[in-house]
Design a protein around this ligand. Sequence first.
Ligand SMILES: Nc1ncnc2c1ncn2[C@@H]1O[C@H](COP(=O)(O)OP(=O)(O)OP(=O)(O)O)[C@@H](O)[C@H]1O
Length: 640
Amino acid sequence: MPLLRVPLSRRPKISPTLQGILSLLRLLPQVSRTKTVLGLSGVLAAAVLPVGVAVVAGLLIGSIRATLDAGLASPAGHRTLTLLAVAGVLVMAQQTFSPVLAMLGETLGREVDRELQQRVMAAVGRPEGTAHLTDPEVLDALRVVRGLGMTETDRPSQAVAALAAVLPAWLRAVAAALALLAFHWWVGLLWLLTWPVVVHFMQREYFRVGEVGQGRGGALRHAEYLRDLVLTRGAAKEVRLWGLLDWLLGRFDGAWREATEPVWRERRPRVRVVLGATGSVALVNLVSYAALAWAAVHHDIGLGWVAVYTQALALANNYTAFDDNNAYLSFAGAAVPRVLGLDAHLEASVTARPAGPPAELPAAFPAGRIALEQVRFRYPGTEREALRGVDLTIEAGRSLAIVGENGAGKSSLVKLVCGLHVPTAGTIRVDGHNLAGLDQAAWRERIGVLFQDFARYHLSAAENIAMGAPRYAGDRERLREAAHRAGALPLIEGLADGWDTVLSPEYTGGTDLSGGQWQRIALARALFAVDAGARVLILDEPTAALDVRAEAEIYDRFLELTAGLTTILISHRFSTVRRAERIVVLEDGAVVEDGGHEELLARRGRYAEMFDLQAARFVEPRQGSAAGAGLRAAAEAGHA
Ligand SMILES: Nc1ncnc2c1ncn2[C@@H]1O[C@H](COP(=O)(O)OP(=O)(O)OP(=O)(O)O)[C@@H](O)[C@H]1O
């Protein structure tokens, strides 16, 4: 069933370019009537003035002979002088109009950007359902909207294109100025000096504006985030359920203005600079043309040379400084070094690893234990420690479960073991080696991991699992085995295109999976890494989204799945946790209890307290008053 009444890709009756221009012209007055009227007048002036200059210049040249014959005081002489004055005024007007028009166009363009985003947000947020958010045609159109904004002008590609347009014009103008040296050395020199100064000032202005724009990056990202809440699937259900569209439209409008208006304001006073620059150029033009007319009238040069120098003057005016290309050059000038400097910036923020070459890993690594020694960890930019002196030995080939309340530091601990962060103090040793000194890529090949917030790749089912060990991506038998062990095989074989089905409804023929189905795929990915040689298996909430039967299946086979592996399991489900050979309780970043399931229950500490709390949920209310041991018995009977 088509999701849109009008297909987005329908063939227009008129040419697509014309259609685009017409719809843009219709949109402009809706954005700003005043600026549209001013802009159109400017366009007319910009079109008519050069023609006027050409006509007057022709008349001027034509009048010279009569003036030569009759003298400057004659009516013919007066006519020549009047034409000269008109030419000067027209050239000046031309020089003044074009930058003002360019600025007007840019301001209107930004307003069109905002208007388009709001219209698209309203259009995308309005349908009751969310199916259109996976329609490839809609998504293709949304890509265009995402490209809108100030970042557009930061693109180095724009600067490269601008360079290609600006450099030849500059070179032509220099050549023309050199030619003018032959007419009068001071006229040539005037051009050679005036333009670089004007270009310098204008580039300084544009650069500053570019810097201001990039300084607003955070505010702009926030506005874009609000926009994308409407344009993407992530929050689509809640946006509809709670009727957030109007609120988001309002927030976006405010955030967008807050992000962009300071840049516009910064640009406004610069009209003074622009007028100063264009005024200087107009003056140089006036002086040059006057000198040329004077020379012609006084027979200093012949008509042929008058024509040559007129052309040279026109070319000298090609030495652009005011148009969009000049602006793009400077905007990217502010952006490119920032992007290129990213490497160095990130280098400085990388936590130092022990000096010397990383240790080579033997094939059967790790054969021994993973030991955390007084490990402390604080996330960059935060004050609070997520781990506060953890001492923990994880025996090779055994399973360890980590439990604890939200925020206790469980996920942080496994991220450290994965080598994704380096402890701020203390050491993690694997087979006696400092983990920080190992070849990190090789170490990660030894780990199969299912993160709590695992990735859902918009790729085929086969690729989604193969991500666990991409070097074996083509090994279908191995993929089948991993999928089978994770209980994902029937699911994959039931998909329309089987293993080749893209797991995203955003692509033609693609499909989405339920939360639990996704979790099986992610588990298969971790087990695929194990098949490929990983000896450490990390499972962070592996069954959180699974139904009761699937969870029971997984924990029934937990010992089989983890046999021979060093396993770290994080879970809030005690039915799964109790299967682990050893359990530690993490509280506020430190280990507070350590032992087997029965041992910890008998200790009547934090573990027993948490276990009892969960067990109580599985018994009838009338049994709620029973003693903890009774509750546990009931719960264990239901779960074992
Ligand atoms: N990327 C991060 N940046 C800053 N602080 C973080 C980051 N991730 C986690 N924290 C903080 O570190 C602490 C430990 O978080 P962690 O995710 O390890 O807890 P957890 O025990 O896994 O919790 P849960 O059971 O909710 O998954 C928390 O206070 C959390 O706010």
